[in-house]
Design a binder for this molecule. Structure first.
Ligand code: FAD
Length: 529
């Protein structure tokens, strides 16, 4: 049954643009196009809107799924802030996480990543005084890589003929950084493996350890947070709540419990969608924000996939890792429990990141390669108004999809005892990690539940429970098809796969897709560059 986001179903027969999925990319494109007068329809299969920015509520708690912190929001002139203000009409407010946004914990040592470029640099130098030169060079390279990104991304939105003509000069400087792995570049600056481990201590933000990830992806995340981290005031559900009125102003709407079965293509032209209940809704344009793999494997007919050899594209990219998240509810407010705003990244002491991942993928009883702990209740100044005397904590780690394959096809919440036993074992291991860092929360936990890769698959439609869409390896950035336009007329892609993972990446994907669809330069109009 189709339900509108807030009201009763009111679906027209025809829209300017239909967007599949209500993730950040779709919402951003929907808002930008609405401001151009488009009447848009956002169709979301989940029972709640927002894609990975959605929240869920249970047992009197609320948890944010795919937002723990966002960078670049405290600088009024940052492109990210300008774009967020544009799509939300300035209604979305952000809380500063304070001086220390990430803490990298390796054995009994801990390293703070602190807000402000100079502070960041000096703090690192205080930990590794003999590595001053390498640290300075590293920061220079982070900026140099990021400077090449603008042209690379803008090229994706140009008309095909122009994009093709200008491809080489717009992308060549970028490939100098994206073609190399993170480890290749950083190890050319320093041989200090502990420093490399610290500098790459946020690799969980893009899902690939240093020897596999593209150096460009690493620099995107590192630079993104140099100005500190921010959290949406009122929680991540505020994103969809503040974008919804912008869409409604032009007659558009967001609909939940609305699964698209197939993009309706006639004579190589997208002209609407067929819903899971068989209904056809017409539109001039269709945008899929459901992810490249989901879109090509599930939302296009076999004929179309064969005709345009879309399988060849899928063979050139890899799904990202899957994850588990332990969602914890506690009695006691964040102050009472002394919960920090700082995210904790906990790593094995004696192995480098790549080796830790390898050991764990061979045997999940090996030490977790990364344990990420986040304290949303402490980050959101509005939390105590909404949930007085309570707190939440999220703990995330990598969890391979394959281990859960045998339960594929079982029903959510009814997957059986052996599934629950495995989850319980993993939950206890994660709780142990938490108690090592915050012993004061022992005895305060009143609820916990672990999401598995099957949970992600169930709610987000990512076939292997991918956490970040496509892997961010060097090859990914070379793929010319990761652009808004598809071979099918009037059918576009948006979301993390055409830029990068992260709310910021998906937000900008929405801008690029809107530009490709309308031919307008929204980068200039909204961001001013
Ligand atoms: C655990 C976790 C933590 C994260 N933490 C952060 C963070 O702290 N900071 C940050 O910047 N980023 C973070 N991210 C990444 C960020 O959330 C994502 O990169 C981003 O939100 C992806 O947006 P998207 O537009 O690509 O769409 P998605 O959020 O992937 O949404 C796609 C939507 O399409 C819908 N869909 C699929 N198929 C259909 C269909 N047939 N019909 C209708 N709808 C369909 C899905 O249900 C889904 O809602 C995190 C992600 C995860 C998973």
């Amino acid at each position: 049954m189709i339900q509108t986001y807030k009201r009763k179903p009111d679906i027209a027969d025809h829209y300017h643009t239909i967007l599949i999925g209500s993730g950040m990319g779709s919402l951003s494109a929907a808002a930008i196009l609405s401001k151009e007068g488009h009447k848009v329809l956002v169709l979301e299969r989940h029972y709640t809107a927002g894609g990975y920015t959605h929240v869920f509520k249970r047992k009197g708690f609320e948890w944010d799924v795919g937002i723990h912190y966002i960078g670049d929001m405290q600088r009024p002139k940052s492109a990210m802030k300008k774009l967020f203000d544009y799509v939300t009409d300035g209604e979305l407010k952000w809380a500063d996480m304070g001086e220390v946004y990430d803490r990298i914990i390796i054995g009994d040592k801990s390293y703070d990543l602190v807000k402000g470029l100079n502070n960041f640099k000096e703090k690192l130098i205080s930990y590794f005084p003999e590595e001053r030169e390498a640290i300075v060079k590293y920061i220079d390279l982070v900026f140099a890589a990021n400077r090449t990104a603008g042209k690379f991304y803008i090229n994706k939105a140009l008309p095909k003929w122009l994009g093709g003509l200008s491809y080489n000069w717009m992308t060549k400087p970028f490939f100098k950084y994206s073609d190399k792995t993170t480890y290749e570049v950083i190890s050319s600056l320093t041989q200090n493996e502990e420093l490399i481990k610290v500098l790459t201590g946020q690799y969980g933000d893009y899902g690939l350890p240093p020897k596999e990830s593209s150096f460009f992806m690493h620099t995107t995340v590192a630079k993104h947070y140099f100005g500190g981290g921010s959290f949406p005031i009122g929680g991540s559900s505020q994103i969809v709540k503040t974008i919804d009125p912008v869409i409604e102003k032009s007659g558009g709407t967001i609909v939940i419990n609305a699964e698209v079965e197939e993009v309706h293509v006639v004579n190589n032209k997208a002209c609407g969608v067929r819903m899971a209940d068989g209904r056809i809704i017409n539109s001039d344009h269709v945008i899929s924000g459901a992810g490249l793999i989901t879109t090509y494997e599930k939302l296009l007919s076999k004929d179309i996939v064969n005709k345009y050899r879309l399988r060849d594209q899928l063979n050139k990219v890899k799904p990202s890792a899957a994850h588990a998240c332990l969602y914890i509810g506690l009695e006691g407010g964040p102050d009472e429990l002394e919960l920090p705003k700082t995210n904790l990244w906990i790593y094995p002491k004696d192995t480098d990141h790549d080796t830790s991942v390898k050991n764990y993928l061979e045997d999940i009883d090996a030490e977790f390669p990364v344990v990420y702990v986040s304290f949303p209740a402490a980050k959101d100044p509005d939390w105590p108004n909404r949930y007085p005397g309570k707190s939440t904590i999220d703990i995330i780690t990598i969890l391979p999809y394959d281990i859960f394959e045998s339960w594929n096809g079982s029903k959510w919440m009814k997957r059986g005892e052996s599934y629950e036993d495995l989850k319980e074992k993993i939950s206890q291991r994660l709780l142990e990690k938490l108690y090592e860092q915050l012993p004061q929360v022992k005895g305060k936990i009143v609820h916990y539940e672990l999401s598995s890769p099957l949970t992600t698959k169930h709610f987000m439609n990512y076939s292997k429970g991918e956490i970040y869409g496509l892997d961010h390896n060097p090859e990914r950035f070379r793929q010319k098809f990761l652009v808004p336009r598809t071979p099918i007329k009037n059918f576009y892609l948006t979301g993390q796969d055409i830029v990068t993972a992260g709310v910021g990446g998906a937000l900008f994907a929405g801008l690029l897709t809107s530009s490709a669809l309308t031919g307008k330069n929204f980068m200039k109009k909204i961001v001013g560059s």
